[in-house]
Design a protein. Structure first.
Length: 139
């Protein structure tokens, strides 16, 4: 061991070059490592938001929320859903059963919402379907 140390003590330029090489490789590795302090997690919840401009909460409930809920009843894998009919907007929170395949249920929810075709003419935008998870929230 002392022979190795004396070898590098006599060849300081070589020792400095090796040290610099290790530092540069370490810096490159640190910059290229994928760091994920907040990994993508799915909460098993889906938010369906539909805008109905100029409508009262009663109109939103009868003409939008109830129509979407009728179609959601046919989806297998939904644990529960809650809805809020507010002025100009319908919000439905769907909780997916943890025992079901999240992707399949999410796809079925999208298909069920897309089957609702008798929304009022004032509803010009399709319902916004958002799968809630850590990627939905800014960090």
């Amino acid at each position: 061991m002392t022979g190795l140390l004396s070898y590098f003590a006599q060849r300081r330029l070589l020792a400095n070059m090796i040290t610099l090489l290790i530092i540069v490789l370490g810096a490159v590795t640190i910059m290229s490592i994928k760091r994920d302090s907040f990994p993508d997690l799915e909460f098993g919840e889906v938010l369906i938001t539909t805008k109905y401009p100029g409508a009262s909460p009663q109109d939103v409930e009868l003409k939008v929320t109830n129509e979407i809920e009728k179609e959601l009843k046919s989806v297998v894998g939904i644990k529960e859903y809650k809805s809020w009919s507010l002025e100009n907007v319908s919000i439905i929170m769907v909780v997916i059963d943890a025992d079901e395949d999240q992707d399949d249920v999410n796809r079925d929810i999208r298909e069920a919402v897309n089957r609702v075709t008798d929304l009022p003419s004032e509803v010009t935008e399709s319902p916004l379907i958002t799968e809630l998870g850590t990627s939905s929230f800014p960090m």
